[in-house]
Write a new protein. Structure first.
Lengths: 329, 325
């Protein structure tokens, strides 16, 4: 009896939801962030609003807890379920803790995706990574090569010799090295993500490779230290420091010319793409391995076996846009 | 000959010379005078810190919180500069030194008044100071473009061909040398570490002397905080993480006895230089990062082993007459 009753209630609720969705003028997509007031996520919201404007019939609800806790996000998600939103796109504070709440949302017919910081497979339909290891590996050598039309010697300044992320990116970089004619990777050194060691290793590179034209540092501590060491050695213009860094940390070094360009994800594109994907799912697209979901101006994302996809190449920052993004993150 | 071998400082100079010869064999440009000046400059901060650590170790104590003190004072200096770019740099340096001294006083007071073992006190304050940086900065970085040009320029400015950073370390060496050799406090450091009980009978307050040793190490850490942050043009929670071990290693290599009472300014400086030469040479002679760590560790153990032999006191014959009979 009890089961029958709850079944009927569920059916009624889903009917009501479907009716609601059919009648509603605007589709409600909730962008749930780790915490409000963080520049990175404010920028993601900017992208989501852009997507909403482009789509026309979408209302983006930008929300999140006031501090980065999973409990706070669960409360937010429960209230979104009560508001009967059409989709939830979440950057999770905890991989597993949000799963029950998000499952509940999916049971109510809400499309759930995670972006930036993922949720365990059971708790979402798909996860959007900002980029992928092969894309990052390709980007860091491309950044160096783009400023070296004649080719030349480049060196890598990594974090520690055992850092998984950096090692993967460097391995991916070496796979595509052949595509960049004349670019010789002459050394890989390790600054251990310590400012002083990275600085010293950079000085060592400058000394032992007099023809060095670029230093690739796929770590935020390393790229800043390398830029400073190149500045102090008076090699601005001869050696270009590039890699992965944050605009707020690199703005000064781009301005001085020590770094012509560097890359990292673009939070605006990320918010935009997450909204687009959520809209695509509301429109009936199915999130399954191998499926392609539409992301508007960002193209399409192809899902892998875990229903995860990579948005795009890391975004390139240079003198033209770094000041603007430095204010964001 | 035997006398020369017993002189630790000369032994260290010889060791550094041998090291330089070995490096030259693999990378000749290393011994160019300009490069050696660069290596000295790079080691300056370590030298300043080793001087402070030496004073503390001489009194049979240890200061594990120096690197955290450096990071906190440095962060404070960077934040002051970022918030008030017009503030004169000497004032910022003074503030960093004062904060460093205050942090050192906390260590000293805990060791002196509460009689807690120094290693425990400074292990605790190490964590507290690091935590304070996070609270102070909210985990955010102070970046190159947030610092004023004058703030970053000072250690780099050249005076008679050498950067101010190098000159500053030379001045500190001179000052600490004067304190050690020409003041009552300097003698008290040795007395307290050499034999605390005897020191009490000569009228030296052991706790107070240790307190002052911590003040000195704190002040030097505060100064280094500014120097570090402006040299690397970045301040964040983890700067100089683990550097306290380098400082202690420099002292140990320099022949400063962990048991207290033995050690010289020259030893601390040479110990720091020895480490500085290794740190700067390893990147250019192309050795795997794992071997680098092993080499640094081996050097420290060898140095301590040599020390232990040098310190072993021969038994003294106190009843020579009776023996003669």
């Amino acid at each position: 009896m009890k089961i029958l009753k709850s079944l009927m209630v569920t059916a009624a609720v889903s009917l009501a939801l479907m009716a609601n969705a059919a009648h509603a003028e605007n589709k409600k997509i909730a962008l749930v962030v780790k915490a409000l007031g963080i520049g990175f996520f404010e920028a993601a919201n900017k992208g989501a609003q852009e997507a909403a404007k482009e789509l026309g019939d979408v209302e983006v609800i930008y929300t999140g807890p006031t501090s980065t806790t999973a409990e706070g996000q669960i409360e937010v998600i429960n209230s979104l379920i009560a508001q009967k939103v059409d989709a939830i796109a979440v950057s999770a504070n905890d991989t597993d803790a949000l799963v029950p709440a998000l499952k509940k949302a999916m049971d109510r017919g809400i499309k759930v995706i995670s972006w930036d910081s993922g949720v365990a497979k059971d708790g979402r339909m798909m996860h959007l990574n900002p980029s992928s290891n092969p894309l990052i590996g390709n980007m860091i050598i491309k950044l160096a090569a783009d400023n070296l039309p004649e080719g030349g010697d480049v060196a890598v300044l990594s974090a520690s010799a055992t850092a998984t992320n950096q090692n993967t990116w460097i391995a991916e970089m070496k796979k595509v090295q052949g595509n960049y004619k004349g670019i010789n990777v002459v050394a890989t050194v390790y600054g251990d993500d310590l400012a002083d060691k990275s600085y010293r290793e950079t000085q060592g590179l400058i000394q032992s490779h007099p023809n060095l034209k670029a230093i690739i540092a796929p770590t935020s501590v390393g790229i800043v230290a390398a830029a400073q060491a190149v500045t102090d050695a008076g090699k601005i213009g001869q050696i270009n420091v590039t890699g992965l860094g944050l605009p707020s940390e690199m703005a000064g070094h781009v301005k001085s010319g020590a770094s012509k360009s560097f890359a990292i994800w673009n939070p605006i594109d990320l918010g935009y793409s997450a909204t687009m994907i959520a809209y695509d799912l509301i429109g009936g697209a199915e999130a399954k391995p191998g499926a392609e979901l539409k992301m508007g101006r960002m193209g399409a994302v192809k899902l892998d076996d875990n229903n995860e996809g990579a948005m795009a190449d890391p975004f390139v920052y240079d003198a033209k846009n770094v000041e603007e993004f430095a204010k964001i993150f | 000959m035997a006398n020369i071998l017993k002189n630790r400082e000369l032994l260290l100079v010889a060791a550094i010379a041998v090291l330089l010869v070995l490096i030259t064999w693999r990378f000749p440009a290393f011994v160019a005078p300009s490069n050696l000046a660069r290596v000295y400059n790079d080691t300056s901060i370590l030298i300043i810190l080793a001087l402070g650590q030496m004073a503390v170790i001489l009194t049979r104590c240890i200061d594990l919180s120096m690197a955290a003190n450096l990071a906190l004072s440095g962060m404070m200096a960077a934040m002051l500069n970022a918030a008030y770019p017009g503030l004169p740099i000497p004032l910022i340096i003074l503030a960093a030194v004062m904060l460093g001294t205050l942090l050192g006083m906390i260590n000293g007071a805990l060791v002196w008044k509460l009689d807690i073992p120094p290693i425990v006190v400074t292990l605790g304050t190490l964590t507290i100071y690091r935590g304070l940086i996070f609270l102070l900065s909210d985990g955010k970085w102070i970046n190159a473009h947030q610092m004023s040009d004058a703030f970053k320029a000072l250690p780099r400015d050249e005076l008679a061909g050498f950067p101010v950073l190098s000159w500053l370390s030379l001045v500190m060496i001179g000052l600490v040398f004067l304190v050690m050799s020409r003041t009552a406090l300097g003698r008290a450091f040795y007395a307290v570490g050499g034999n605390p009980h005897a020191a009490v009978y000569t009228g030296i307050d052991v706790g107070r002397t240790r307190f002052f040793a911590y003040c000195l190490s704190g002040a030097l850490a505060g100064l280094s905080g500014y120097l570090w942050v402006s040299r690397y043009a970045v301040a964040y929670v983890d700067i100089a993480l683990g550097f306290e071990l380098d400082i202690i290693a420099a002292c140990v290599i320099g022949g400063i006895s962990i048991a207290g009472g033995i050690g010289t300014v020259a030893g601390a400086v040479l110990g720091a230089l020895f480490l500085g030469v290794i740190k700067n040479a390893l990147p250019v002679i192309n050795i795997s990062p794992f071997a680098q760590m092993a080499i640094s560790g081996m050097v420290i153990i060898i140095a301590v082993a040599v020390n232990a032999r040098a310190e072993r006191r021969k038994g003294r014959v106190i009843l020579r007459k009776a023996e003669a009979v």
